[in-house]
Design a protein around this ligand. Structure first.
Ligand code: HAM
Length: 427
């Protein structure tokens, strides 16, 4: 017997789970389109070099990479942003900026498996490229919040924890940490929740910070009040911009969702401005969603500098959250009709009636199991059919079938032409 388990960390989607996944995708797609975002896609295979970054991002170590028969180093995509950057760079001249694009890619990361982290996940991405002002952040945040609201989550259930990399850079500059160390330091700081303060300190010293710089950094990071932090910094650009964004979100009516959090750094080295993560207010989960501004990613690939901001919102954690809150949507299987022939003689007629009903827009299944009528009706019930159409020789000889209302458990003969005509009102 072959191994029936899916590859470790990957998932099978049985029809029930597929309905849930489709529901989530529909929410993502609907809110994106409502906000004027256009959908794009790329291949799951990319050149490995797209994901290799100097700062030592975790993601570069989690690649599913291989060499193809032509000797190319390829990777399954761990995230969508580099592919998006590639598309934009390829067509910079013909695009009319700012562009607002979204996608729902499947991503692969060789992760240590913990709750909320798999080796394969789907990740809704929405990005605005070519808009340098904080209004892009406001639009992006409102989009992800509207998706959460569409799923029944409110400001009591989720919070957007937000920070700005420029604030962290200002702190590091104030501590005289050399500019070229900032990216590597930030990647390490992102591990704050996962490793002990001693180990974190050691890692920071290994990349070149002194122990007194590490100690002063920890003092800054204990400040939770934006104004207090502002008063202690010379470079206040990051704080000013963040305050502007909070004000915009206040005017738009979404301020309740946002909380300044100096500990949000994010593990990807390409972020340059606002950085945010969505979680439950008590941060009980892995991030539901994460994103930020990455104004220099495109230039690191050799293109011009084009401002960009966006997020990735995975399917795993949000479904865990909805399940815990008992907010899963009811998604029963539904069908308009199940056609049940009495025996093999009526199979051809069943196929014909099925085709005509489908032309009217109905969803129609035929039950060719040739089981006892009671069993076939039970199966029709399980499939969520509103009506069963029973094909008996006697009624068929008069161009009629028997239609059964599955809920009322009532049935009556009906002319086949009337059945087809009435299908439009039923659907
Ligand atoms: P990220 O924080 O690495 O950012 O991932 C974004 C989201 O994808 C996470 O918050 C989580 O919901 C989901 N996710 C990531 N890894 C896994 C995993 N192993 N299992 C399940 N879910 C996962 C990015 O990927 C950025 N490229 C997002 C972005 C787009 N930034 C700007 N634009």
């Amino acid at each position: 017997m072959i191994d029936l388990q899916p590859v470790k960390g990957t998932r099978d989607f049985f029809p029930d789970e597929m309905r849930l996944r489709n529901w989530l995708f529909e929410v993502w797609r609907r809110v994106s389109e409502q906000a004027g975002f256009e959908e794009y896609d790329t291949c799951v295979l990319e050149h490995e070099e797209l994901y290799i970054r100097k700062a030592g991002d975790e993601i570069s170590k989690q690649l599913y990479s291989f060499e193809d028969k032509g000797g190319r180093r390829l990777s399954l995509r761990p995230e969508m942003t580099p592919s998006l950057a590639r598309l934009v760079l390829k067509h910079t001249k013909s695009l009319s900026f700012p562009i607002k694009w979204f996608s729902m890619p499947q991503c692969f990361r060789y992760e240590r498996m913990t709750k909320g982290r798999r080796r394969e996940h789907f990740q809704w991405n929405a990005d605005i490229i070519g808009q340098p002002d904080m209004v892009a952040e406001a639009e992006i945040l409102m989009l992800l919040i509207s998706a959460c609201e569409s799923m029944g989550l409110t400001a009591n259930d989720i919070r957007v924890f937000i920070n700005d990399r420029r604030i962290l850079n200002a702190i590091l500059s104030q501590l005289n940490v050399a500019l070229d160390l900032h990216s590597a330091v930030l990647v390490i700081m992102d591990k704050r929740d996962k490793i002990s303060p001693e180990d974190l300190g050691k890692m920071l010293e290994e990349v070149g910070m002194s122990s007194s710089q590490v100690q002063q950094l920890n003092e800054y990071l204990s400040k939770s009040d934006l104004q207090e932090l502002k008063d202690s910094l010379q470079d206040t650009e990051g704080i000013d911009e963040l305050q502007h964004l909070l004000q915009l979100m206040d005017t738009a009516g979404y301020r309740d969702y946002l909380q300044f959090d100096i500990s949000i750094v994010r593990g990807l080295s390409y972020y340059t401005g606002a950085v945010f993560e969505v979680n439950s207010p008590d941060k009980q989960h892995r991030a539901i969603c994460g994103g930020g501004r990455y104004d220099s990613l495109l230039s690191t690939y050799g293109g011009e500098t084009i401002p960009a901001v966006g997020f990735g919102f995975g399917d795993v954690v949000v479904l865990d959250v909805l399940k815990e809150l008992e907010r899963f949507p009811e998604l029963p299987r539904t069908l308009d009709y199940t056609i049940i022939p009495f025996d093999t003689e009526q199979v051809g007629v069943a196929l014909k009636i099925g085709a005509e009903l489908r032309l009217k827009g109905a969803t129609v299944d035929c039950n060719f199991g040739m089981k006892k009528m009671k069993k076939s009706l039970q199966q029709a019930n399980e499939s969520g059919a509103k009506f069963a159409i029973l094909l008996f020789p006697e009624e068929l000889s008069q161009d009629k079938v028997v239609i059964r209302d599955m809920q009322l458990r009532e049935q009556k003969p009906i002319n086949i032409t009337d059945l087809i005509t009435s299908a439009e009102q039923t659907v």
